[in-house]
Ligand binder design. Structure first.
Ligand SMILES: Nc1ncnc2c1ncn2[C@@H]1O[C@H](COP(=O)(O)OP(=O)(O)O)[C@@H](O)[C@H]1O
Ligand SMILES: [Mg+2]
Length: 457
């Protein structure tokens, strides 16, 4: 029960219960006052009617006739507990049965003995009217004399009290039930959450399909879990891939050393050591590249904010790769718009396009045609590196960006399969998009860089 009463939903219902209970009481008080007011109005009307009747009766009569008439009215009142008093200027009672009173103008309350129980003092409503200059008439009636009023007052006081009590009670019970429902769902959620943490990252929080706040919370948490799971998965995959891929060169290295140990020829040993050194350098280079990718992935994206001349950068790269392409009998063309500017880390962007050009030259055969195109497009700069070499099958388009991933046919060529992984990391860091497509034949890589320039055509 303590857990129940501590929930925010219970606290909320409790607050509302107090609010509603108070409203009911206030409403009761308003109705009560309204009824009293109405009753008094009725009483005033009755008194006024009586005064009018007497006024009509006594116009033009002498003083003694008036005294006589008032006495008669007092002896036979037309309504219960009506009392009369005829007073002179000194407020002495000349006729009637009214208890002593100093009448005020119009209608007024005063206290006096009740007409039916003379030993009881109660409120009496009186009404005053001057009949002549020296004669004042007061007609009065006890407050309680109005039929049913007393009962009505009690009824209202009691019923609104009950209603307020019932409101509170209902709210309390309702609040408990509601809170129990809320608690159940929170409990279910935290149970699933700890199960996910302890055992199985592939599990998800329950979604009831009611589209309420709990469902929305569960959905956001599930989206978060989805991300975490895929990242954990990718991480495992990467470590496994790296371990697997580095085993090959290390095993080769080990075998070479083992073979060298078994022969006595110093010349042979020297050659084996030299080749091992080469292998070692390859392994170290792979490690450096892996580290570099990790660093770029961890880098703060907002640091790369420098603007630079992209046209110039691309033309320089084309120049650098021209001799290599020439030596393989390939042609390298550039169609680059003037004055293209991009923002980011210039060295990393250069590395990105160098890797793409390197791939085009390396993975295409002799006689291939390689092209670099760049142009403004809306608020980005589009760069395309295309070749008409063997290309990459559609199914492998995503995989080639993985660390150490190489197509089957490339396994025998030099390289470590980290070039495109680095490209992807640099692109992500610069919020650039990168897309592979079929150049029919060959590979077409499209890179869209954010540009600080406005497109003005
Ligand atoms: N222009 C291209 N034409 C054909 N295949 C390519 C091209 N670029 C990349 N590839 C394929 O994608 C793989 C991954 O590329 P990359 O990450 O640069 O590794 P690496 O070039 O070291 O092999 C390459 O091994 C190759 O099979
Ligand atoms: Mg490469």
């Amino acid at each position: 029960v303590r857990r129940l009463t501590r929930t925010s939903s219970f606290q909320l219902t409790l607050r509302y219960a107090v609010l509603f209970g108070t409203s009911v009481l206030l409403l009761g008080a308003a109705v009560y006052l309204q009824i009293l007011h109405f009753a008094t109005e009725q009483q005033d009307e009755l008194l006024e009617r009586e005064i009018k009747t007497i006024q009509r009766e006594v116009t033009g009569r002498s003083r003694s006739e008036i005294v006589e008439s008032i006495g008669a009215h007092a002896r036979h009142p037309p309504a219960p507990s009506l009392r009369y008093g005829l007073l002179n200027s000194a407020v002495d009672r000349l006729a009637g049965n009214l208890p002593p009173v100093k009448p005020r103008q119009g209608a007024f309350w005063f206290r006096g003995p009740r007409a039916d129980k003379p030993n009881k003092i109660d409120k009496i409503r009186g009404r005053r009217r001057a009949l002549r200059e020296d004669l004042v008439l007061v007609v009065a009636q006890d407050r309680h004399a109005q039929e049913g009023l007393e009962e009505l007052r009690e009824l209202i006081a009691r019923d609104f009290g009950y209603a307020a009590g019932a409101t509170l009670l209902l709210a309390l019970v309702g609040g408990m039930l509601m809170s129990a429902g809320v608690l159940r769902r929170v409990d279910a959620m935290s149970r699933s959450a700890s199960e996910i943490v302890d055992r199985d990252l592939s599990q998800r929080l329950p979604v009831q399909g009611r589209d309420d706040e709990f469902d929305r919370l569960a959905q956001s948490v599930n989206v978060m879990l989805e991300r975490i799971e895929s990242q954990v998965h990718a991480m495992r995959q990467v470590s496994a891939d790296i371990a697997h891929d580095l085993r090959t060169p290390l095993t080769r290295l080990r075998n070479r050393i083992e073979a060298a140990v078994q022969v006595d020829d110093p010349q042979h040993i020297r050659e084996a050591l030299e080749r091992s050194l080469g292998d070692m350098d390859g392994v170290l280079a792979t490690f450096s590249a892996l580290l570099r990718i990790a660093q770029i992935e961890a880098a703060d994206r907002s640091t790369a904010r420098m603007e630079f001349d992209l046209t110039n950068l691309l033309l320089t790269l084309v120049e650098v790769y021209q001799p290599t392409a020439d030596s393989k009998g390939q042609t390298l063309h550039a169609r680059i718009e003037l004055d293209l500017r991009a923002t980011g880390d210039r060295d990393l962007i250069a590395q990105l396009f160098a890797n793409l050009l390197q791939n085009a030259v390396q993975h295409s055969l002799a006689g291939a045609r390689i092209e670099v195109r760049a142009r403004r497009a809306a608020d980005e700069v589009e760069v395309i590196v295309a070749d008409n070499g063997p290309g990459i099958p559609q199914a492998e388009h995503e995989k080639v960006f993985r660390r150490l991933y190489r197509l089957e046919r490339s396994r025998t060529t030099p390289g470590s399969g980290l070039g495109l992984a680095l490209v992807a990391a640099i692109a992500a860091m610069h919020n650039a998009t990168i897309a592979l497509s079929d150049n029919a034949p060959g590979l077409r890589v499209r890179v869209a860089l954010r540009s600080s320039q406005r497109h003005t055509q």
